[in-house]
Design a protein around this ligand. Sequence first.
Ligand SMILES: NC(=O)c1ccc[n+]([C@@H]2O[C@H](COP(=O)([O-])OP(=O)(O)OC[C@H]3O[C@@H](n4cnc5c(N)ncnc54)[C@H](O)[C@@H]3O)[C@@H](O)[C@H]2O)c1
Length: 307
Amino acid sequence: MATLVITGAASGLGREFARLGAERGFSLVLADVDAPGLEAIAGELEDRGSGVLAQRCDVAVADDVARLADACLARFGAPHWVFNNAGVGGGGLLWEQPLEDWQWVFGVNVMGVVHGIRSFVPAMLERARAEPEYCGIVMNTASMAGLINAPLMGVYNATKHAVVSISETLEQDLRLVTGQVRAAVLCPYFVPTGIAHSERTRPAHLARPDTRTLSQQVAQMQSERAVASGKVSAREVAERVFAGLEAGDFYLYSHPQALGSVETRFADIASGCPPADPFAARPDIRQWLRAQLRQSDRTATGSNGNR
Ligand SMILES: NC(=O)c1ccc[n+]([C@@H]2O[C@H](COP(=O)([O-])OP(=O)(O)OC[C@H]3O[C@@H](n4cnc5c(N)ncnc54)[C@H](O)[C@@H]3O)[C@@H](O)[C@H]2O)c1
């Protein structure tokens, strides 16, 4: 029986990966900082007969991920698929983002992926050497924010570009040493999940200042509305991911139709002109952002028209 490791398994995309993995017959190793949420999904899948190892794990902490890998190896051996999926978001004008945001979001989104690769890949390669029929995949969840750069999302954008880079390099490195383990990267667009409420999992030692700047309030409103308005469900994304991995895809998308913005970015890079608005198809969004940020009373208000 194949084993699937999922970080950020207590909510959103990770929880749907777990449900679909169980339906496909995987044994599951589920990790999250949200212990009650993790217990709930683990119980649900155990009740349906799946083998589940659920462990509280902060992916930003190297020792936590190493312990997760040890527990996985002890119970199931080296896993077949590893989804480094846990992620958090936050926003605002770049120069107003507190250092705590940079540390927290980089810790989870970037170092979480790094820790997953360092903790699992050596055991996967060892199993590949011992079992000629073994095939492994490491899939990292990035974002369309790893391919384009929308305003007010500077910290998140930087982390997701790093995840795309790490994933592409991982694929190159793996190809040098094996044909049995490969990498993939998921770049979702807006999908209704808990991502706009990431603050719920922020650790106390990286608490942010109590008051939000105007740009941080505007970014929060924009993020909540964009995520809530997503038309592709987390379940549909999970189905696309499994189908893409089975087909051998490297880049996985929730909304392939959004790739026009990436092509525009590449054209801007090649021509040297400043980056175009990644939301050019929705000029009302930029208009709303500008109106909010240039107002005099310094309190975010109103609708940005996201539906
Ligand atoms: N939903 C979207 O619109 C969207 C778009 C692009 C990318 N993504 C990415 O998808 C991934 C999954 O997010 P989601 O949308 O399902 O959001 P979500 O908030 O529903 O789920 C994220 C999960 O990660 C967990 N988590 C947070 N910090 C953690 C940590 N330090 N260690 C372990 N677990 C931690 C949370 O508890 C939560 O269960 C993230 O990497 C996110 O950046 C989401």
